[in-house]
Design a protein around this ligand. Structure first.
Ligand SMILES: C[S@@+](CC[C@H](N)C(=O)[O-])C[C@H]1O[C@@H](n2cnc3c(N)ncnc32)[C@H](O)[C@@H]1O
Length: 215
């Protein structure tokens, strides 16, 4: 009887860890019905402040080519549409569910590609700006990813990289499963090594926005 009560006492912890594992998988690569219907809305709501800050920081103009790598629910694409018109914003995603949801929502009004950040389907120096928010944690080779982003940016082009502070993130059990958390100094080193000039914009609520220009 005592054994059973010890097992039952651990149940909430096991449930918490199982839910955190499932959520971490969805955040890194939304899949299926849950990805399409639920994650896209949840990501837009949970990350709205960071996404708005990124759109502001990329400082887009009419007719510019602005790309969001790992656009998730696509809040940035919605915000960018009237700003870059008559051009269309460009969204890159490794998740089929996110690309499907974006195509269902915007049709051809947004240019979407199913692709990995390390192999972008864009020509050299073809983009004026790139946004990528809450994605760096999931890139196994961030140096290769940043070099690839630099390749598609024109000279003087802007990269806006949004991440949450690792200290705060480590307290959330979801990040114990597959997240690669990097300090602000490490992110700046990676950006400089990829050939960017870097400025850091610190925001409230544990967010960091790096604004980097092709050096
Ligand atoms: C936590 S979500 C963030 C979505 C959105 N940027 C936001 O902040 O709400 C991470 C997104 O990055 C995408 N992603 C992860 N690894 C990627 C990669 N290697 N190339 C392109 N997209 C990737 C995932 O599919 C997922 O939609």
């Amino acid at each position: 009887m005592r054994d059973l009560s010890s097992v039952l006492a651990l149940l909430p912890v096991a449930v918490l860890l199982a839910l955190s594992w499932g959520m971490a998988r969805q955040l890194g690569h939304p899949r299926g019905w849950m990805g399409r219907r639920w994650m896209s809305r949840m990501l837009n709501d949970a990350n709205r402040t960071m996404l708005d800050a990124a759109v502001e920081a990329v400082d887009a103009r009419s007719g510019e080519c602005i790309v969001d790598v790992g656009f998730g629910g696509g809040h940035t694409l919605e915000r960018l549409r009237p700003i870059v018109a008559p051009r269309r914003p460009v969204g890159i995603e490794i998740s089929e569910a996110m690309v499907d949801a974006a195509r269902e929502r915007w049709g051809d009004a947004v240019e979407t590609h199913l692709a990995d950040v390390v192999s972008l389907p864009l020509a050299d120096a073809s983009a004026d700006g790139v946004i990528s928010v809450n994605t760096l944690y999931f890139w196994p080779d961030p140096a290769a990813a940043l070099r690839e982003i630099r390749r598609v940016l024109r000279p003087g082009g802007r990269l806006v990289l949004g991440v949450r502070r690792p200290g705060m993130m480590r307290l959330v059990p979801i990040t114990w499963f597959g997240f690669r958390l990097r300090s602000a100094a490490r992110v700046q080193d990676l950006l400089r090594a990829a050939g960017f000039d870097v400025r850091v914009v610190e925001k409230v609520q544990g967010e960091l926005t790096f604004v980097a220009r092709v050096a």
